[in-house]
Design a protein around this ligand. Structure first.
Ligand SMILES: C[S@@+](CC[C@H](N)C(=O)[O-])C[C@H]1O[C@@H](n2cnc3c(N)ncnc32)[C@H](O)[C@@H]1O
Length: 304
């Protein structure tokens, strides 16, 4: 999240072009070659591109870049509920299917909700419902997820899956512009009553969504923001299309915002999630207001 970090380009130490058979989970790539067949090397080679900061003061801390093979491995370690898999597969043939969060991201969002002990959640940008269903599945029966989406056809699919998963009673679908839905929640007196929010809609509206959601979440509540790297474009000063500029400015604003604690996490390909936890200005405390996560003991979570 830090503009300090962003201002220091990462050096990418990488192997030559690599290709990865997606079905093979072993960490051994094949080098691309102009000649025909290439024998696999006798000894295993490192398979990852490694990035280190150009600034020596970060030491030799290395960050691996996620190759298709590594990503395949991550995906093979996701416990994706069958109903989510069905929704993902139905969505895969639709226009915009690349927009839905990946199974590993959905698993993380669901775990965050569980760790928070969240009962009241908001999602801005539902599409066909993958991330919202992942959250609704782990909410307690009395929990509620306000799901904001402007596209009626997407919502039909989402509602079908909420129904099939038996979570419809936990999802309050708002078919309208997200800003209108959020303003109406504030007008109804619901400010400070939500535990968790996920922003995943129009990139140039991130500032507006964030300000409204910051009113709606409680102290210690968490706002998760998708796509804050925007395909890596935010770190490239030569890229200046409106969406990139908007997300770059948004990241800077969050970094400087004293009302929240922040963390930029989970780099997967071009995606990166930012977390903002609402801060208590008076006590400087975000933790003391956390409720005990309900059902935590029987549904133990492991963050690995
Ligand atoms: C990236 S997709 C959401 C993906 C979803 N979170 C998932 O994991 O499946 C963004 C969605 O936001 C919706 N959207 C964009 N602008 C919106 C707005 N102003 N109000 C409500 N929904 C909006 C789009 O119609 C689209 O379905």
């Amino acid at each position: 999240m830090s503009s300090h970090l962003l201002s220091r380009p990462l050096l990418l130490r990488h192997l030559p072009s690599l290709s990865f058979p997606l079905s093979n989970n072993r960490f051994r790539p094949r080098r691309l070659s102009s000649s025909a067949a290439v024998r696999p090397p006798a000894t295993p080679e490192p398979v990852v591109s490694v990035a280190v900061s150009a600034d020596d003061r970060y030491g030799k801390k290395q960050i691996i870049s996620v190759t298709p093979q590594i990503y395949e491995y991550i995906l093979s370690n996701v416990r994706e509920p069958p109903i989510l898999r069905e929704l993902r597969e139905e969505t895969s043939s639709l226009r915009g299917s690349q927009m839905q969060v990946s199974p590993d991201q959905a698993q993380l969002l669901a775990m965050l909700v569980q760790i928070l002990g969240a009962r009241r959640c908001i999602e801005v940008g539902v599409y066909t419902g993958y991330s919202s269903l992942a959250v609704a599945l782990v909410l307690p029966d009395s929990g509620i997820l306000v799901a904001c989406e402007r596209d009626a056809r997407c919502l039909e699919i989402a509602k079908k899956y909420y129904e099939r998963a038996g979570v419809s009673h936990k999802v309050d679908v708002k078919h309208c512009l997200a800003v209108d839905a959020l303003n109406s929640l504030i007008q109804k007196g619901e400010a400070g009553s939500y535990d968790y929010a996920f922003i995943d809609a129009e990139k140039r509206m991130y500032h507006e969504y964030f300000e409204l959601l910051l009113k709606l979440v409680r102290i210690g509540g968490v706002i998760v923001v998708d796509n804050v790297l925007w395909h890596g474009n935010v770190s490239d000063p030569l890229v200046s299309d409106p969406r990139t500029v908007s997300i770059r400015n948004f990241n800077k604003k969050l970094f400087e915002d004293k009302r929240i604690n922040i963390s930029m996490a989970i780099p997967l390909f071009s995606l990166l999630i930012a977390l903002a936890m609402k801060y208590d200005k008076k006590s400087g405390d975000t933790m003391s207001t956390f409720p005990q996560p309900s059902g935590f003991a029987e549904n133990g979570s492991a963050l690995i």
